[in-house]
Design a protein around this ligand. Structure first.
Ligand code: EZ4
Ligand code: CO
Length: 408
C-alpha cells in the first residue's frame, strides 16, 4: 500500500481588484508549489467576505492538508458555530473552489474529469438582451441570436418607470452596482405586469418559436402577482420565469405553482441547501439557480444538485458579471459533470476583467466549453490586478411610487 501523500497549505491570500468592477479572489498555495483559486465576490459587500477570509479563515487553513476538501468544508461550516449566510458561505465557497482547483491540477486533469467526467459535449448558456423599449429589446435579441445564442433572457424598460432592473446602457456588460452610495430606483408592479406579456407577445412574433426565451422578475412580486404573470406568459412558452418572489418563505411558491405551468427558476441569492430544500422536495420549482460562488462551492452545490435530481429539478446556475471568471470556470466544470444540468447564465466580462483572469473557457454556437487545462483552467495576473484598486460600489435600492421601500 502506498502511503497517503499530504499536501500542506502554506498560504491563503485574498486578492481584491476592480478591473471595471470589484472582484475578491482567494489564492491557496501548497507546499508542493501548486495553487488554486476561488471566487469570493459578494456584490456590494465585497470587503466583508475579504475580511472573513483574511482575518478568520486563512490563519486556520495553514498546515491543513489541501487534499481534504470535504473535511475542510465541514471544519469551516461546523467549526464557525455561526452557520450559513451569504458572507460565510461565499468565503467557504472560495476555499472549496480553490481546493478543487488544486486537486485537479495535482491530478493533471480538468476539474470536470474529477467530478465524474462530462455528461454532455458543452454547456448551453443564455445571453441577456435588454433595451429601454420593447423594440430595442427585440433587436438586441436578434443580435444575440446572430452571435449563436439559442436561449436569451429578455428584460425591457417599463413605460412610466425611469429605470428598470436588467436594462443597461452597455449592452454586453450589465452592471447593477452603479454607485458609491446606493442609487434609488422607483418601481410599480402594476405597470410592470401590464408591459411584460406585451414584450413576449412581440418577441414571439418577431423571433419565432425556435429560440428559448427567459425572463427575470427580480423578486418584486407577491405570490398572487407571480401567479398572474405566470399565467399571462403561458402562451409564449418561456424556458423559465426567474425570481418572481423573494423566496424567504419557500411555501409561498405553492400558491404560484397551483396557478401556472410557466417553468419557475429561483435561487441566485441562496447560500445553502436549506434555502431550497422545501422548494425542491415539494417540486415547487423547475430550475435551481444557486451558484458555486455563493452557495458553498462545488462541494455544496453538488449536494443541492443531487437533491434536485431526485425531484426532476434541473440546475440553472447564476452567471452574472459579478461572478468572476474563476466562478464561471467552476460553474462550467460543475455543469458539464452533472446529469441534471439545465442551462447556464452567461454574461461576458469586460476585456479588463478577462485580462486579469486569463481563462481557457470559450464560447461557441450558444455553448461554453471549459477547456482541458488541469484544474479550473483560469488564472489571475496579480501584477495587473494590483493596478485596479477596490472602488466602493453598491447595488441600487428600490421604492414604490409612494416612497415605500421594496425589493430591488
Ligand atoms: O441582479 O448578480 O439573473 N441575474 C441577476 C443579476 C443580479 C446581480 C446582483 O449582484 O439577477 O443581474
Ligand atoms: Co436573476
Amino acid at each position: 500500500m502506498s502511503k497517503t501523500r499530504t499536501l500542506p497549505i502554506t498560504a491563503a491570500r485574498v486578492i481584491v481588484t476592480c478591473p471595471g468592477r470589484n472582484f475578491v479572489t482567494l489564492k491557496i498555495e501548497t507546499a508542493a508549489g501548486s495553487y488554486g483559486l476561488g471566487d469570493a465576490t459578494l456584490n456590494g459587500r465585497e470587503l466583508a467576505v475579504a475580511s472573513y477570509l483574511a482575518d478568520h479563515v486563512a490563519p486556520s487553513l495553514i498546515g491543513r492538508d489541501a487534499h481534504q476538501i470535504e473535511d475542510i468544508w465541514q471544519f469551516l461550516y461546523r467549526g464557525a458555530y455561526w452557520r450559513r449566510g451569504p458572507v460565510t458561505m461565499s468565503a467557504i465557497a472560495a476555499v472549496d473552489t480553490a481546493l478543487w482547483d488544486i486537486k485537479a491540477k495535482e491530478a493533471g486533469m480538468p476539474l470536470y474529469q474529477l467530478l465524474g467526467g462530462a455528461c454532455r459535449s458543452g454547456v448551453r448558456v443564455y445571453g441577456h438582451a435588454n433595451g429601454e423599449t420593447l423594440e430595442e429589446t427585440i433587436s438586441e435579441a436578434r443580435r444575440y441570436r446572430d452571435m449563436g445564442y439559442t436561449a436569451i433572457r429578455l428584460q425591457s424598460g417599463v413605460p412610466g418607470l425611469a429605470s428598470t432592473y436588467g436594462v443597461s446602457r452597455d449592452k454586453m456588460f450589465y452592471e447593477p452596482a452603479d454607485g458609491g452610495l446606493p442609487t434609488e430606483n422607483t418601481w410599480s408592479t402594476s405597470k410592470y405586469l401590464a408591459a411584460t406579456p406585451r414584450l413576449f407577445e412581440a418577441a414571439r412574433a418577431a423571433l419565432g418559436w425556435e429560440i428559448d426565451l427567459l425572463h427575470d422578475a427580480h423578486h418584486r412580486l407577491t405570490p398572487i402577482e407571480a401567479a398572474r404573470l405566470g399565467q399571462d406568459l403561458e402562451p409564449y412558452r418561456l424556458f423559465w420565469l426567474e425570481d418572481t418572489v423573494a423566496a424567504d418563505n419557500q411555501a409561498s411558491f405553492r400558491l404560484i405553482r397551483r396557478h401556472t405551468t410557466t417553468p419557475l427558476a429561483v435561487g441566485e441569492v441562496f447560500n445553502s441547501i436549506w434555502d431550497c430544500k422545501q422548494l425542491i422536495e415539494e417540486q415547487l420549482i423547475d430550475y435551481i439557480r444557486a451558484s458555486v460562488g455563493h452557495a458553498g462551492g462545488i462541494s455544496h452545490l453538488r449536494r443541492i444538485a443531487v437533491l434536485a435530481d431526485l425531484y426532476d429539478v434541473k440546475t440553472g446556475c447564476h452567471g452574472a458579471t459579478d461572478l468572476s471568471p474563476v466562478c464561471m470556470a467552476a460553474a462550467l466544470h460543475f455543469d458539464l459533470s452533472m446529469p441534471n444540468f439545465g442551462l447556464q447564465e452567461y454574461m461576458c466580462h469586460t476585456q479588463e476583467t478577462d485580462a486579469v483572469f486569463p481563462h481557457a473557457y470559450r464560447f461557441s454556437a450558444g455553448s461554453l466549453y471549459p477547456g482541458d487545462e488541469p484544474g479550473l483552467g483560469v488564472d489571475i495576473d496579480e501584477a495587473l490586478a494590483a493596478q485596479y484598486p477596490y472602488r466602493r460600489a453598491y447595488l441600487p435600492v428600490n421604492r414604490l411610487e409612494d416612497g415605500t421601500m421594496t425589493n430591488w
